[in-house]
Design a protein around this ligand. Structure first.
Ligand SMILES: NC(=O)c1ccc[n+]([C@@H]2O[C@H](COP(=O)([O-])OP(=O)(O)OC[C@H]3O[C@@H](n4cnc5c(N)ncnc54)[C@H](O)[C@@H]3O)[C@@H](O)[C@H]2O)c1
Length: 264
């Protein structure tokens, strides 16, 4: 299972001076990969705000980091399916911490569904939780990033649309669309020195994956499909996102970055 950012890990992995004091907004930061992102950015000295509907887990995450990091992450309860609420929360984050320099669009819900039973209402719900908020969060942070002279936006897609995956077509379609959104917004915002990249994880061992989908057979299938036969952990993804957020990657935009231990 994922480990928190220990002192040993801080010695072993990269530090990014450009992330110190930077305002970072993470959607779905209360658990899974998002929680690891919150933790990793906070340990870099960034001012982190995160949005989530899971109050208990999010409050526990912020409380656990209080005193351990320079800036305790700011948890803002928000259902990212409600665009007005999303816009209000992003506005509040900027008011309290300053203009957002890094946006990580991470929130999602990979519910399984049978293609023949999908209704228009269910399809819209899956787009609302997996795709629509990416665009509106970008729209909300872009003016502040322009005023800052630039920014970095990282959209969490998935390899699910590149491997033969079945049983969740609406989720897979949303994750593919995120790459298209990434590429057009990289062109829309490039003049303002705002970079937009997509990250495509493989099978990452999170609490939700373990609770709902991972079985010994599925674990074996994943490990056998990968070139490197070890579990992919939330912190593996977080360290890639740190790099894409930092000025070290200032010439990288409009790209998809696969992190899957060699599955595809
Ligand atoms: N875990 C994997 O194997 C995997 C693989 C490929 C891609 N991804 C992508 O990585 C990202 C993170 O995935 P994860 O596995 O950590 O997911 P997760 O389900 O563990 O965490 C998602 C977080 O988003 C929050 N969230 C869900 N609906 C919300 C809503 N309506 N409003 C606000 N917050 C909401 C949840 O409460 C949770 O904290 C997602 O975009 C996912 O598609 C994950």
């Amino acid at each position: 299972m994922a480990e928190s950012v220990t002192a040993a890990a801080e010695d072993r992995f990269a530090r990014y001076p450009s992330l110190q004091e930077r305002v970072v907004l993470v959607t779905g930061g209360g658990s899974g990969i998002g929680a690891s992102l919150v933790e990793h950015f906070a340990h870099q000295g960034a001012k982190v705000a995160f949005l989530d509907i899971a109050r208990e887990a999010s409050e526990a995450l912020a409380a656990g980091l209080a005193g351990e990091v320079r800036h305790t992450p700011l948890f803002l309860p928000c259902d990212i399916r409600e665009i007005a609420a999303l816009q209000r929360a992003i506005g509040e984050a900027a008011e309290r911490l300053g203009p957002v320099g890094v946006l990580v669009n991470n929130a999602a819900r990979d519910d399984r569904h049978t293609w023949a039973e999908v209704t228009p209402e269910y399809w819209d719900e899956m787009m609302a939780v997996n795709l629509r908020h990416h665009f509106f969060a970008i729209q909300a942070v872009a003016p502040g990033m322009k005023a800052l002279g630039g920014g970095s936006i990282i959209n969490l897609s998935s390899i699910s649309w590149l491997i033969p995956s079945t049983g969740l077509p609406a989720y897979v379609a949303a994750k593919a669309a995120i790459v298209g959104l990434t590429r057009t917004m990289a062109h829309e915002l490039g003049d303002s020195n705002i970079r937009v990249n997509a990250v495509l994880p493989g099978g990452v061992l999170t609490e939700r994956q373990q609770r709902l989908w991972r079985t010994p057979e599925y674990d074996r299938k994943i490990l056998n499909s990968q070139c490197i036969h070890r579990d992919l952990l939330p912190e593996d993804v977080a360290r890639l996102v740190l790099f894409l957020a930092a000025d070290d990657s200032s010439a990288i935009t409009n790209q998809t970055h696969v992190i899957d231990a060699g599955w595809i």
